[in-house]
Design a protein around this ligand. Structure first.
Ligand SMILES: Cc1ncc(COP(=O)(O)O)c(C=O)c1O
Length: 400
């Protein structure tokens, strides 16, 4: 059966999405991306482009061959990140996916080992089972709660005992902020308790901290404090921090030494990579505290949508912890795909009411929700324009 883009993206069953069965249909004659329209791209915080200041820092970086460990900018960046996170060492890697993969391969040194992680974890859903493909590592899932945590007793019940029939449990993973759960900040006390249990069972704890700096800015704890009970973490630079490429993994000296070998085996050893690390240094110094603006914009968006009072399209501001807003839909009235398509169109009536052509790019997220992500390239004015358009579209849906 042909799968559409949304179901491919979500790894979901095509049956989840109702294409023609919803009550609302976009107006006939509406145009997609009219010339000169204001385009507000809220598909992901990965779409951000480096600022002028960041590009300047990249241009001026002193470079060397990092596979020979001769790139001074990489060395400076890795030392800074290690200090920032309170770990012994850090390693620059090309992507968050590779950061998680390397970390898991290092922790799970034997084929037939197993990692315990949430069933909504990015590692489980969206990284192509790379740990199975490359390392013969099996994912053993525990049910994620809506707040991104899971039941620690369930974790304990799933740790394998010594038996020739069983895989060997080697690692526990947690994600913070939790993407699929809507950018939720996972409570630090819960991470500490999970870390305590992991220690008791002599298992390392890894954090997929793609957006851990969003978590830090939102909850007020430092990244070091959040990661205190984690042995290792992978942190993305190319999401809210706006760098063009890169992630970084942190852990003990010995872990990073092994990670460097694994990175090379995966083809992730890069030469004059300091040009990218310079963007990372710039991001740590200039882009972290401004994440609060993205969080405020996400709140504005969720509050304005809730204030409309629609039973067909709504959001929950108290569930918005960081820069992700999950807008909920009544699928019998408007499906996620149709809502996204409508937001990318402009009608004559809308132009008259809203006063400008606004195109919003967003993604279907589940059978009844659409994800909006705020980021560096989405200004307050963009959010205000997007809100005006969304209000118009909701009124159209209410009238359908
Ligand atoms: C929670 C989480 N982990 C890992 C990744 C993977 O990062 P990358 O796209 O750099 O491979 C993402 C990307 O969206 C993510 O949201």
């Amino acid at each position: 059966m042909q799968r559409n883009a949304a179901t491919r993206l979500l790894g979901a069953s095509p049956g989840l999405f109702r294409w023609a069965t919803c009550r609302y249909h976009p107006p006939v004659g509406a145009i997609t991306i009219p010339k000169g329209a204001l385009v507000v791209d809220m598909r992901s915080d990965t779409v951000t482009r480096p600022s002028v200041g960041m590009k300047k820092a990249m241009m001026e970086a002193i470079l060397g061959d990092d596979v020979y460990r001769e790139d001074p900018t990489i060395a400076e960046f890795e030392q800074k990140v290690a200090a920032y996170t309170g770990k012994e060492a850090a390693l620059f890697v090309p992507s968050g996916t590779m950061g998680n993969l390397i970390s898991i391969l290092v922790h799970c040194g034997q084929r037939g080992s197993e990692v315990l992680l949430g069933d909504q974890a990015h590692i489980f859903l969206y990284e192509q089972a790379g740990i199975a493909q490359m390392g013969g590592v099996q994912a053993h899932i525990v049910a994620n709660r809506p707040d991104g945590t899971f039941d620690i007793d369930e974790v304990i019940s799933k740790i394998r005992y010594e038996d020739i029939h069983c895989p060997v449990t080697e690692l526990i993973c947690v994600e913070n902020t939790h993407n699929v759960c809507g950018g939720k900040v996972v409570p630090v006390e819960w991470i500490d308790e999970l870390g305590r249990v992991a220690k008791e069972f002599e298992l390392p704890l890894h954090m997929d901290g793609a957006r851990v700096l969003n978590a830090a800015v939102s909850c007020g704890h430092t990244a070091e404090r959040i990661l205190q009970s984690c042995d290792t973490a992978s942190i993305c630079l190319s999401k809210g921090l706006g760098t063009p490429i890169g992630s970084v993994i942190v852990g003990s000296d010995e872990f990073i030494r092994q990670a460097m070998r694994t990175r090379k085996a995966l083809g992730g050893g890069m030469r004059q990579a300091g040009i990218l690390a310079a963007a990372g240094i710039y991001a740590l110094e200039n882009m972290v505290s401004r994440l609060a603006d993205d969080h405020a914009h996400a709140q504005m968006l969720a509050t304005s949508i809730l204030d409309v009072g629609s039973k067909n399209v709504w959001a929950c501001p108290k569930d918005v912890h960081t820069n992700i807003v999950l807008v909920e839909l009544k699928p019998s009235v408007i499906s996620p795909d149709v809502f996204c398509r409508r937001l990318s169109l402009v009608s004559d009536e809308e132009r008259r009411v809203v006063g400008e052509d606004v195109v919003i790019k967003v993604m279907p997220w589940s059978a009844q929700s659409v994800r909006f992500v705020t980021h560096y390239d989405v200004t307050r004015e963009h959010v205000e324009a997007a809100i005006a358009k969304i209000k118009f579209v909701i009124s159209e849906i209410e009238d359908s």
